[in-house]
Design a protein around this ligand. Structure first.
Ligand code: ADP
Length: 483
């Protein structure tokens, strides 16, 4: 079949398990395998962060480069433990970063992000075109603003390689002072309202929106939302004008990484057929977090960046209500200090009912999903969201704001959905404190009716949250562009 020869270069700044700050890494770590299984040949191009270079199972030098940001660099070809081909741009003067790849310790944008990700994108375009290395790719698939200049460099070079941009979160736009443009080596007419210019600045994301051949975003609802003035974050008009060249393809999760039947990070394994292990996971979680060990106390969790996007400031106002109603809350995350402080204060006030872990902890994220009855995702906007997919796979019921991918993946437990046996969670809208309160109350009420709750849990466990269906959609898209 013709698809077997389709060569795709993913260009992304994160890839699980090598380096991760959020859902982007999960997608880049899992989707290539599903695409390879569907007949593509995907290589992932990554910045050569120390964690990336150290994490590759095999590696060899593919090419030496003389001028990357004014210094020498190399392309390292390797493979991940899960068998995905990777090429890393080994340029220590740009990527010798051990912490967050975008933000410094004070939470500000790292100095040099413009040159760092511009050079990354420029080399990606040359690699895709076959100027470096011996392979010419059919498709360059750029992810988010860090890869945003790659489609612009392809167009500027007149390359026949087609490019796709996936917008994982339109809020991250790669904005830099307009002077940045002078150092990019792009034609002068690329700076303008139809190109990189954005309100007298340069936007790397806008570069990709302007010059790629197709834009996807990570859920159909978010694809509609970003075309509105309210959801478009300044790009609404430009995205509307893309017409059929903009579509939404739902994210999935890696069913091997998130598998309650085999997960080594949880105290007892379980599956849809036998939930005894989940009961043990709940008791173990309550014990380890210092919560009252009570199988009938509804245990809610949060695994998230602690930001206003995620609506967690709203949830912070509900902690007394949750505790006083007999519920428990186990939170893992980090982010805005005001939100962190609010949850820490709540945990101090209700130590046997609220437990807060500030930080990033992959195994704990698994234990929270496995041991909790429900997860809160009260996001004000959510391009797709992955935690609700992980939650459903672990029989943990999502309580979500009705927006973006949360709208597309969670079916509200209204009477009709319950009767039809399709309810998988609780949605609320508009997304504000009042409606979050009502949603929490609905969750308490549903949990109290054990049979109803068990049916919702069963429906969650029956959901297909993997990548196969969406990988087929990406394949159709690639094929249509490459023909
Ligand atoms: P976003 O990319 O906007 O942060 P997603 O829901 O798309 O949100 O993806 C978040 C990913 O990061 C999920 O895999 C989630 O489990 C993980 N995650 C978020 N915060 C933490 C944390 N503090 N510790 C461990 N994993 C986390």
């Amino acid at each position: 079949m013709p698809q077997t020869s389709l060569k795709v270069l993913f260009v992304a700044s994160e890839m699980f398990p090598l380096i991760k700050t959020g859902g982007l890494a999960d997608v880049v770590g899992a989707l290539p395998r599903a695409l390879n299984a569907a007949g593509a040949k995907v290589t992932v191009f990554l910045p050569g962060f120390p964690k990336v270079l150290r994490g590759l199972e095999t590696s060899r030098t593919l090419a030496r480069l003389t001028d990357v940001g004014g210094r020498k660099a190399a392309l390292i070809k390797g493979r991940t433990a899960s068998g995905i081909d990777v090429i890393a741009l080994d340029a220590p003067h740009l990527f010798n970063i051990d912490g967050n790849p975008y933000l410094d310790d004070s939470g500000n944008d790292r100095a040099g992000n413009d040159i760092r990700y511009a050079e990354f994108s420029r080399i990606a375009a040359r690699l895709a075109s076959g100027d470096i290395g011996r392979v010419k790719y059919d498709i360059l698939h750029a992810h988010d603003w860090q890869a945003g200049l790659a489609p612009a460099y392809l167009k500027a070079a007149g390359s026949p390689v087609k490019s796709v941009l996936t917008v994982h979160n339109l809020a991250f736009q790669g904005l830099f002072p307009k002077e940045t443009f002078n150092g990019l080596g792009l034609p002068d007419d690329f700076y303008g309202p139809d190109g990189l210019e954005y309100w007298n600045k340069v936007s790397f994301l806008k570069a990709a929106i302007a010059y790629c051949d197709h834009i996807t975003t990570v859920s159909p609802s978010y694809a509609l939302e970003i075309q509105s003035d309210a959801g478009g974050m300044g790009f609404g008009g430009m995205l509307r004008a893309k017409g059929a060249a903009l579509s939404g393809i739902l994210n999935g999760i890696d069913l091997d990484v998130w598998n309650p039947e085999t997960d080594p990070d949880i105290p007892a394994n379980f599956g849809a057929e036998d939930l005894a292990g989940k009961v043990k996971c709940k008791a173990a979680l309550q014990t380890s977090l210092g919560l009252t060990v009570d199988p009938r106390a509804p245990l809610f969790c949060v695994v998230s960046r602690l930001t206003t996007q995620k609506g967690l400031d709203l949830l912070a106002d509900m902690t007394d209500y949750i505790a006083l109603t007999g519920g428990q809350l186990a939170l893992l995350g980090s982010g805005d200090s005001a939100i962190e402080d609010a949850f820490l204060a709540a945990a101090k006030k209700h130590p046997t009912q609220i437990a807060v872990t500030i930080g990033y902890n992959e195994p704990l994220a698994h234990r929270l999903q496995a041991g909790s009855d429900a997860i809160f995702i009260p996001s004000r906007f959510e391009p797709c969201g992955l935690t609700q997919l992980c939650a459903m796979r672990y029989g943990c019921v999502p309580v979500v704001g009705r927006t973006g991918g949360l709208n597309d993946t969670v079916i509200d437990a209204n009477p009709m959905a319950l009767q039809d046996g399709v309810a998988t969670g609780i949605q609320f809208y508009p997304i504000d404190g009042h409606n979050l309160y009502a949603a929490i109350k609905r969750a308490f009420d549903a949990y109290a009716e054990q049979e109803t709750w068990n049916r919702i849990v069963d429906n969650c466990l029956a959901q297909d949250v993997g990548w196969d269906a969406s990988a087929q959609k990406y394949m159709q898209l690639y094929q249509g562009l490459a023909d």
